[in-house]
Design a protein. Structure first.
Lengths: 180, 806, 302
């Protein structure tokens, strides 16, 4: 069966079994290897893509359900930007803040963050952590990922960190004698 | 504090320059030798755009797919391997031990592990590789891998490391007279601590693609930390000479030790199939297989008998360490060494006896994982010390101040620490940055308010007035930098720097990038030596056909040892080039020099430091490590008193790295290592049944998500090490040593129970909270989840049934 | 790359019913005169968050044929009818969280939806899928039991309403006939009804529940006792279930400490959870009792 959909703004058409995972269609049939497989059971988020504006695990989506839909992958993030190094604001923030180490979770993490920001998500730390709670990272401890997303959410340039320092936060809480 | 002219300092956090957007060290904090700005991760843009190619992204036209047939017995005699005669095997290649052209042995310290169990041989663990299959498509492989019958005769397995009769390694570290000191001590505390398996959980699973060449060459592309380990393994199993075996590291999605030795097995398996198929073969593990079959952190039992004076000075440390090595030796002897050498903690004590042994069980072999024995033993000593502090009514910070090692002190192996000791500094910074003592006062007040409010634990089915309890805990740790003992000398690592004929400056090392920043910091060090822009220096792709063996990317040695070699090589290169252009600096002439003279390459081999003391691995005396890193950690938790769930909310992590070459990358290591330690302490658990891991899918082996993770505040301290030109000591593993005991101490601070078995799951905490009160200080305790200590001397022994008195 | 079994994507409910009917009737799918073909079970797939994991083959046999529900608009939508909330089977957790109707009339379901997986799962997973999968740990199931919900199912033979209390027959087996599809969940909305929810998992996202509980009652004012009490749990038995003894301890009572103690003890005495990879029997029993106790305490304000 033939399935037609948009990927990063461009039309794609594949003739594959309907139960082929969107992840495999992207990586093998369309040679878009930016989206990664970390577990194949929808637990790690490495395969996250944006489907009709929502972040989903591409390992859990059969291609028959993508017919006529709009898919965005990590390769599409920088297509929207005309900058010299080809990075959008979110990618730039990740780079500057040190939010990517081994990089395997990064494409999925970027897509979850992009969906969050496109949906109007703000710099609130808890909301950001919830938005990426389906994306496991083993290298970073998440701290710099949250900082990078918060910086973009605050409509700041990558230069201005939105989160203030530990010291400030703790002193403020202590002054108010509030729970941590 | 000044040691040998090198000051210990705390680095203020870099900030973003509002104009340029770059990271800069705050004005006034720039130090000689370190640039004011820091380059961005070299391979960052490729990773961020999805262009970076990890192993499964590589395309080799005509490649087949490989799969591994594994045992389902924990211990058995392998009688036969029987492909189902009803199935069509024409499109499939099968490889067994009989197909191995070289030696059927996994290259390791003790060559006790076969590449594939031979017929007639002994299966020693569940999921042990027995045969390999390759086919042109995955559907064929999926259908046929279930049609291979593995015929076995079960044998009696051993699962208890204390009952095992096979010892991989044993040792004893002795100083002074422990027995006399314990007998005379004013207070003695006993404790038993247990830690379970932990999975490295690199988000990119094990992956190798073997590509046979026309003249008997075999090239393997893959995810790995140590290309020359893989190279050696290929040579042994396939009987290849050094030139015919070739290993190329692809972009690697995390390692943490899990890709130190295991990739050699995957590579050899892929190569054996490729040899027989005469075409490339892709061996890509799915997550379930990776969880079920690959190496994990060694479980351990650590027993302490500690003697202290009434004012909290350590007088006697008696420690027993038992490691469960699993079915084969792998790196176990060195894990035991490192674990034992760190088991006494970063403290001064004249009378020490540390006895360690690592034994064999019929479970999958355990192997390297960040910390390599130290997280296990440091969890034990730190918890032991925190319990002693409680018993004596001392603050956990104060007892450490009284015992922490200082310059001039000796370790239990008799190593005198001449420099670069920052134990007191990191402790002081952690206490200040976290407001530790004030936080403890607050949690004590809150605990007092809860007492008498009719609350659990005495009524298990009821809730109390309070839903949550907060706690704060502290730990101090150390980590020997680089290999234990004579490891570096034996390794003879080489790093090369070359000025290529096209004017590129290239670093050629076998050290790998797996996210920790190798590709960014090595060019920084070389660029500084040559006085050129960092953009002018690149790291060559890690291909054994091109780069020398710089030793494995393990043991937190890359920045310190390999970085040091790169600096020396760069200095020599600079000297050579400048000698050809009198009066001119390298930066001005290197391109012209390359055009005229062609490539100039300098190879730098590791030389031991002049005058460095040696280490005797039979007596365990001498200089175990050239230097130590020091770390302190303060964890704040909130415990749900209804469910005993623990939320680690904040962690202050203070790490001495010698010199922070790139503070943002250092912070990244501290943050990542700290969260792995938090997971180790709380939710990362593997249960076993008949020697098989029950937690063998990502739905059941759980690591912290962003919602579980605390905010981690890193403070970097620098106590430079004079043995290397840049003063750096390594950062990768140090944060892993202190996170777990800090969390356990915080749990105790919140709810008054000592959890002495990791992970401290809500099930264990609830069992400890609802356990009947112990009959008395010398009585039998309830189950292992609570505190089985007995103490004598001043102060009460811990009572798990009540919240601790302050 | 896992197995890729054949799939059909009907465009209407009638077409879906016809496919299901032929799947259970041997030979019916062949042309007249063709030999009878054996029936191959047809597995419906909505959001795929459960079925796609089954296709990996790691949890049991791989579904042989799939019925893709993603084009069936008849299964979508949330609406308010007199006295009840109607939630289409294909409603995702994300849609539940965003729905003004659900937030107003069954906020416990919104709270539940926020605890399922994470964003990726919430955007795809459906309430119909959660009900059809019938896992003992299914997060929505105790809420539906506590709310006296019914499951509207349909086939070529017509539609019927099955009470949630009758729907979960045994471990992962439901009252659905092989030719039936779940169409919608009907939730009655009696006046003054309160539903509370609590889930305990190993971590704060992407966690299968260790204990999951819903408490419902009708509030008749400060002086009167609770009526129509429901206490429903998951992860403590092979099926999600209501605990009659705990309900009896609260029926007609005010939410006092004594009532809470009685209910907690009755709950702990009535359930026999197991040790498994996630938790222990003791933990589940004690924590189930405690979370019920806490919910009663919160409602009682003491």
């Amino acid at each position: 069966m033939s399935y037609r959909f948009l990927v990063n703004g461009a039309p794609a058409e594949v003739e594959v079994p309907g139960m082929r995972r969107l992840l495999d269609v992207l990586r093998e049939d369309l040679a878009l290897t930016g989206t990664k497989e970390g577990c194949g059971e929808g637990e790690c988020g490495a395969c996250s893509v944006i489907l009709d504006g929502q972040v989903v695990a591409a390992c859990l989506v059969p291609i028959c359900q993508v017919d006529g839909r709009i898919v965005r992958t990590v390769e599409g993030l920088s297509l929207a930007v005309r900058s010299t190094d080809g990075l959008d604001a979110l990618q730039e923030a990740f780079l500057v803040h040190g939010a990517a180490q081994c990089g395997i979770c990064t494409p999925g993490m970027l897509m979850a963050a992009r969906a969050y920001l496109d949906g109007g998500g703000g710099p609130d730390e808890l909301a950001i952590r919830e938005a990426i709670s389906g994306n496991l990272c083993r290298c970073t401890g998440y701290t710099k990922i949250v900082d990078a997303i918060a910086a973009v959410a605050a409509h700041a340039t990558p230069a201005t960190p939105a989160a203030h320092t530990a010291h400030d936060a703790r002193d403020e809480r202590d002054a108010r004698d509030e729970p941590a | 504090m000044t040691i040998r002219g090198m000051t210990i300092r705390t680095i203020p956090r870099p900030v973003f320059d509002p104009v340029s957007g770059a990271l800069v060290v705050p004005a006034g904090a720039v130090v000689p030798g370190r640039a004011a700005t820091f380059p961005l991760r070299a391979e960052g843009p490729a990773k961020l755009t999805g262009q970076a190619k990890y192993t499964d992204d590589l395309v080799f036209p005509g490649a087949w797919y490989g799969a591994t047939i594994r045992s389902t017995d924990a211990r058995a005699r392998l009688v036969a391997i029987e492909p189902d005669p009803e199935a069509d095997w024409s499109g499939v290649v099968i490889v067994t031990a009989a197909d191995i052209p070289g030696r059927n042995v996994v290259s390791a310290m003790q060559e006790d592990q076969p590449v594939l169990v031979p017929v007639g041989g002994e299966i020693r663990h569940h999921a042990e590789p027995v045969a390999l299959l390759a086919a042109a498509d995955r559907e064929t492989l999926r259908l046929l891998r279930g049609r291979v019958r593995v015929v076995t005769e079960p044998l009696e397995p051993v699962f208890d490391p204390e009952r095992s009769d096979h010892v991989f390694a044993a040792l004893e570290i002795r100083e002074g007279d422990v027995d006399a000191a314990l007998a005379a001590a004013e207070f003695v505390l006993e404790g038993e601590y247990r830690v379970g398996h932990q999975e490295q959980l690199y988000i990119e699973g094990q992956a190798m693609i073997a590509v046979p060449g026309p003249d008997g060459e075999m090239a393997v592309h893959g995810s790995m930390q140590c290309p020359y380990y893989v190279h050696k393994a290929l040579r042994k199993a396939l009987g290849l000479d050094a030139r015919r075996a070739r290993v190329i590291q692809a972009e690697t999605g995390g390692g943490f030790g899990g890709k130190e030795e295991y990739p050699s097995i995957v590579a050899v398996h892929a190569a054996l199939l490729a040899l027989k198929c005469r075409r490339p073969v892709r061996m890509i593990y799915d997550r379930h297989e990776d969880l079920a079959a690959t190496t994990k952190r060694h479980p351990a039992i650590v027993r302490h008998r500690t003697g202290v004076s009434r004012d909290g000075h350590l007088v006697a440390l008696e420690i027993e360490v038992i490691l469960d090595g699993g079915a084969y030796a792998t790196v176990t002897p060195v894990v035991l060494s490192r674990g034992a050498l760190h088991a006494g903690g970063p403290y001064r004590c004249r009378n020490v006896r540390i006895r360690g042994r690592a034994t064999r069980t019929n479970t999958p072999p355990n192997g390297a994982f960040r910390g390599f024995g130290a997280p296990q033993t440091e969890f034990a000593i730190e918890t032991q010390l925190n319990r002693i502090a409680e018993a004596l009514g001392l603050s956990p910070a104060e007892i450490r101040r009284r015992n922490a090692l200082r310059v001039g002190d000796a370790t239990p192996t008799g190593q005198v620490l001449h420099e670069s000791v920052a134990a007191e500094e990191v402790l002081r910074v952690a206490v200040e940055a976290s407001g530790f003592e004030r936080a403890r006062e607050r949690t004590a007040r809150e605990a007092a308010a809860r007492r008498g409010s009719g609350h659990v634990p005495r009524e298990p089915l009821r809730t109390g007035d309070h839903r949550f309890a907060r706690g704060v805990g502290l730990a101090l740790g150390w980590h020997g930098a680089g290999f234990t003992g004579a490891g570096e000398v034996a390794m003879g690592s080489v790093a090369s720097v070359e000025l290529a004929e096209d004017g590129r400056i290239r670093i050629l090392v076998g050290s790998t990038e797996m996210g920790q920043g190798t590709r960014t910091i090595l060019p920084m060090l070389v660029a500084r030596e040559l006085d050129v822009a960092v953009e002018a220096v690149e790291v060559a792709p890690v291909d054994t056909a091109e780069v020398p063996d710089s030793g494995p990317t393990v043991a937190s040695r890359t920045a310190m040892v390999v970085g040091g070699l790169c600096i020396h090589a760069a200095r020599r290169l600079r000297g050579m080039v400048e000698a050809r252009h009198a009066g001119m600096a390298f930066a001005e002439v290197f391109r012209a020099d390359a055009a005229v003279h062609g490539t100039t390459r300098v190879d730098q081999r590791y030389e031991p430091l002049a005058g460095a003391a040696s280490f005797d691995e039979t007596t365990w005396r001498g200089e175990a490590y050239p230097a130590f890193g020091w770390a302190a950690c303060v964890a704040s938790v909130e415990v749900d008193l209804d469910t005993a769930e623990v939320h680690v909310q904040d962690v202050v992590a203070v790490d001495d790295v010698g010199v922070a070459i790139h503070p943002i990358l250092c912070e990244g290591q501290v943050e990542g290592g700290t969260l792995q330690a938090v997971g180790y302490a709380t939710i990362e658990e593997i249960k076993l049944q008949d020697g098989r891991y029950l937690n063998d899918r990502l739905a059941t082996y759980l690591i912290p998500t962003a919602l579980d993770a605390p905010r981690i505040h890193t403070v970097l301290v620098e106590a430079p090490f004079s043995g290397v030109p840049h003063g750096a000591k390594g950062v990768g593993e140090l944060p892993m040593d202190v996170g777990a005991p800090a969390v356990i101490a915080a749990i105790h601070d919140a709810v008054g129970v000592w959890i002495t078995e990791l992970p401290a799951t809500p099930e264990r905490i609830l069992a400890a909270l609802t356990a009947a009160p112990r009959p008395g200080p010398h009585g039998d305790g309830p189950g292992p989840a609570s505190d089985p200590s007995s103490g004598r001397g001043p102060g009460p022994a811990s009572d798990p049934g009540a919240e601790a008195p302050r | 790359m896992p197995a890729e079994p054949p799939v059909q994507s009907p465009r209407s409910l009638a077409e879906a019913y016809a496919l299901l009917e032929s799947a259970v009737a041997p030979g019916a799918s062949g042309a007249s005169g063709a030999p009878a073909t054996p029936a191959t079970p047809l597995t419906p797939i909505a959001g795929g968050t459960d079925v796609m994991v089954r296709i990996t083959g790691e949890l049991g046999p791989i579904p042989e044929r799939l019925l893709d529900l993603s084009r069936l608009d008849e299964l979508t939508g949330i609406s308010l009818e007199p006295g009840r909330l109607v939630i289409g089977a294909r409603t995702t957790y994300h849609e539940i969280r965003r729905s003004a109707l659900v937030r107003e009339h069954l906020p416990a379901l919104v709270e539940m939806a926020a605890t399922v997986g994470a964003a990726q799962i919430q955007n795809r997973g459906t309430i119909g899928g959660n009900v059809a999968n019938a896992s003992p740990a299914g997060d929505s199931l105790p809420v539906l039991l506590a709310a006296d919900a019914s499951v509207l199912v349909g086939s070529a033979r017509g539609e019927r309403l099955i009470a949630a209390a009758d729907f979960f027959v045994s471990y992962r087996r439901t009252a659905l006939a092989p030719d039936e599809l779940i169409l919608a969940i009907h939730v009655p909305l009696p006046g003054g009804r309160v539903v509370r929810f609590r889930k305990v998992g190993t971590r704060r996202a992407q966690a299968i529940s260790k204990v999951v509980l819903a408490l419902a009652y009708r509030d008749h004012g400060a002086a009167a006792g609770w009526s129509d009490v429901r206490v429903a749990l998951g992860s403590v038995a092979p099926v999600p279930l209501r605990v009659a003894a705990a309900e009896a301890a609260l029926e007609g009572a005010r939410p006092t400490p004594e009532a809470a103690d009685r209910a907690a003890e009755a709950l702990a005495a009535s359930i026999t959870p197991i040790d498994d990879v996630r938790s222990t029997a003791d933990y589940r029993r004690i924590v189930a009792a405690r979370i019920l106790h806490r919910l009663i305490r919160e409602q009682g304000g003491w």
